[in-house]
Design a binder for this molecule. Structure first.
Ligand SMILES: [Zn+2]
Ligand SMILES: [Zn+2]
Length: 376
C-alpha cells in the first residue's frame, strides 16, 4: 500500500477532537471534494475516498482507539480482523450505506435551511408595554388591551384557498414538501433532497387563492385581549400569555404575547419591594403629648395612637399592610410610616411667652413693660 496520510490530517482535526468535531469536519470536507460537485475529477474522487476511509475509522471509538495505538497497521491483515473493516476501498464503499451518507450529508448541508424554512413554523411573539397605576399593580386588575397581530384568515381559515375550494396535495412531492432526485454517479445511486419546486416546500398548492388574504392564509388583525394582572406585580415585570402571539405558518401554532408593566409612581406612597413607605406630619405638641392620628394606607384610612414623647423620624410599623407577594397574595409586606414633626413658624406673643416659660428662659420684656419701667 502506498504511503498513507494520517487520518487526523486527512480530516483536518486535532488528535484530541471530539466525535462531534470529527462529524463536523467530515461534513465540511465531504462537501468540498464530493465527486458530484467535481465530475470527472480523479483527484477529487481520490480525496473523497481518503476522507471516507479516515472518517470510518475516526468516527468509530473502537477503531479510533486502535488507530491511535497502532496507526495504519491496526487495519492491515491480522490487525482488527477482516470482519467489519477491510481497509480496502478500491471496490467501492461496501461497508457503507450510500443512502445514509447522502441523506445525512445533504440533510445537514442543505436541508437545515430549505425544508424547515417552508415547513410549519411557530408564529412570532408580540411584545408590548402597559402602564398601571400604583394601586393597580398592588392589588392586581383586569385589563383589556388592543393588540396588532397576524392571524389566520377568517375567510379561508388559514388555508389560503378560496371558500368552497381547498388546497390540493402537491402532485410533485405528494405533500412532503421535498423532492428526492436520484442520480447515477460513479459510486452508485446518489440521492439528493431539495425543496419541492412546485409547492415551495408547503406540500400543498392553492389553485384558487382566497381573495381576503391573497392566498397567504394570514391577515393583519387587531385583537382585544383580556389580561389578568396579578396583585403585587412590580414595575418592569413581564406577563406571558401563551398562544396569544402571531399565527404560525403551515399549522405551526401561535407565538406568545409578552406584556411588560410600567407602574406609575404614587403621590403618597413609595414602594420598596413588598413594603410601602409614607410620611405623616404631626405637630410638636402632638409629638410631646401624644395624639390619635389618621394614617392613610393602601387599604384606606386607619386610626393610630401616637405615643407621648414621639421623636422626629420615628417609625410606625403597620404589619401586613404592604404589598401582597406575587404568588401568595395572603402574605403581604409592611407599611412603614415615618413621623415628621413640624416646627411652628408663626407663633403669637402669648405662645412664644409660654414656650419661653416651658424652656426655662427669662421672661422677655414687652414694649408696654419698657414704658412702665421708664416712668417708674
Ligand atoms: Zn384567506
Ligand atoms: Zn410539492
Amino acid at each position: 500500500m502506498a504511503e498513507k496520510r494520517d487520518y487526523y490530517e486527512v480530516m483536518g482535526v486535532e488528535r484530541t477532537a471530539s466525535q462531534d468535531q470529527i462529524k463536523k469536519a467530515y461534513r465540511k470536507k465531504a462537501k468540498e471534494c464530493h465527486p458530484d460537485f467535481h465530475p470527472n475529477d480523479p483527484q477529487a474522487e481520490a480525496k473523497f475516498k481518503e476522507l471516507n476511509e479516515a472518517n470510518e475509522v475516526l468516527s468509530d471509538p473502537d477503531k479510533r482507539a486502535a488507530y491511535d495505538r497502532y496507526g495504519h497497521s491496526a487495519f492491515e491483515q491480522g490487525g482488527m480482523g477482516g470482519g467489519g473493516f477491510s481497509g480496502d476501498f478500491s471496490g467501492g464503499f461496501s461497508g457503507m450505506d450510500m443512502g445514509d451518507i447522502f441523506g445525512d450529508m445533504f440533510g445537514s448541508i442543505f436541508g437545515g435551511g430549505s425544508r424547515r424554512r417552508n415547513g410549519p413554523s411557530r408564529g412570532a411573539d408580540i411584545s408590548m408595554t402597559i402602564v398601571l397605576t400604583f394601586e393597580e399593580a398592588v392589588f392586581g386588575c383586569k385589563k383589556t388591551i388592543d393588540v396588532d397581530t397576524i392571524d389566520n384568515c377568517d375567510t379561508c381559515h388559514g388555508t389560503g384557498a378560496k371558500p368552497g375550494t381547498s388546497p390540493q396535495t402537491c402532485p410533485t412531492c405528494h405533500g412532503s414538501g421535498s423532492e428526492t432526485v436520484t442520480r447515477q454517479t460513479m459510486f452508485g445511486m446518489a440521492q439528493t433532497v431539495t425543496t419541492c419546486h412546485t409547492c415551495g416546500g408547503r406540500g400543498k398548492i392553492v389553485k384558487d387563492p382566497c381573495t381576503s388574504c391573497n392566498g397567504t392564509g394570514r391577515v393583519r388583525k387587531k385583537k382585544q385581549i383580556e389580561l389578568d394582572i396579578p396583585c403585587g406585580i412590580s414595575n418592569g415585570q413581564t406577563i406571558r400569555k401563551s398562544g396569544h402571539g402571531q399565527a404560525g405558518t403551515g399549522g405551526g401554532g401561535y407565538g406568545d404575547l409578552l406584556v411588560t408593566v410600567s407602574v406609575r409612581p404614587s403621590a403618597e406612597f413609595v414602594r420598596q419591594d413588598r413594603n410601602i413607605l409614607s410620611d405623616i406630619k404631626i405637630s410638636v405638641v402632638q409629638a410631646i403629648l401624644g395624639a390619635e392620628v389618621t394614617i392613610r394606607t393602601i387599604d384606606g384610612e386607619e386610626k393610630y395612637n401616637i405615643k407621648p414623647g414621639t421623636q422626629p423620624d420615628a417609625k410606625i410599623f403597620l404589619k401586613g399592610k404592604g404589598v401582597p407577594y406575587l404568588r401568595t397574595p395572603n402574605r403581604r409586606g409592611d407599611h412603614i410610616v415615618t413621623v415628621k414633626v413640624e416646627i411652628p413658624t408663626n407663633l403669637s406673643d402669648k405662645q412664644k411667652e409660654l414656650i419661653r416659660e416651658f424652656g426655662g428662659l427669662p421672661k422677655k420684656e414687652s414694649f408696654s413693660d419698657k414704658i412702665k419701667k421708664a416712668f417708674n
